[in-house]
Design a protein around this ligand. Structure first.
Ligand code: FE2
Ligand code: FE2
Length: 209
């Protein structure tokens, strides 16, 4: 089982979006959900500590699009090094591979569903708003830009349209509460969704005064 101080070294020291404070919040949330739902906590803790360990920071490396694959391969390497059985290594790797909203593979196990939900809860609520704005800044995108009619319809911007934090709210964040797997996470998401929605609607309101 990777230790917390060991895991800290896998993440950038000062990154408000995918840094270690995000990982610790996901770990705590995953533990709480896992205890409530009777999950394998050893698999879940290892998966939470490793889930963004490779390639999650834009600009630092080019494989942001596949950070779930890179992190799953890194997780397998770490756990094989610790002498974990193949089956349990794969249980962790499955959680890591399937934690991404835009990912190709859906979570199948209870532990993978819990990690997915815990990770998504950290992009809702007050930290969700803070991290979404932090990500826009890291990616060189504005906090607010008026979405085109095409973007509002299809999620695809017109040529040259920025993908602002507000775009991310429209495209992904406001749908998340209905795309969680566990009822326990869905219950927590209600209040976090409300806080986030209020913030982004206020942002739009102030922009258009
Ligand atoms: Fe991630
Ligand atoms: Fe994450």
């Amino acid at each position: 089982m990777p230790r917390i101080d060991q895991a800290r070294a896998w993440y950038p020291a000062n990154d408000p979006v995918h840094g270690f404070d995000h990982v610790l919040r996901v770990l705590r949330m995953a533990e709480a959900l896992g205890e409530e739902l009777g999950a394998d906590l050893t698999v879940l803790r290892a998966a939470a500590l490793l889930h963004d360990a490779a390639g999650a920071v834009p600009g630092l490396d080019s494989d942001r699009q596949t950070h779930e694959q890179a992190s799953a391969a890194f997780a397998a390497q770490v756990l094989i090094g610790e002498g974990w059985l193949d089956e349990r290594v794969e249980a962790v790797a499955h959680c890591v591979r399937t934690h991404r909203y835009r990912g190709a593979e859906a979570p199948r196990t209870l532990e993978a569903k819990i990690l997915y939900d815990a990770d998504k809860l950290d992009v809702l609520g007050a930290f969700g708003v803070a991290r979404t704005i932090g990500y826009a800044i890291q990616a060189g995108q504005p906090i607010f830009a008026e979405p085109s009619t095409q973007f509002r319809g299809s999620g695809e911007g017109i040529p040259g349209e920025p993908h602002s934090a507000y775009h991310e709210y429209l495209f992904k964040l406001r749908k998340l509460k209905d795309r969680l797997y566990t009822p326990a996470a869905q219950a927590i998401a209600v209040e976090r969704h409300r806080v986030m929605e209020e913030f982004f609607e206020q942002l739009k309101y102030e922009m258009n005064i």
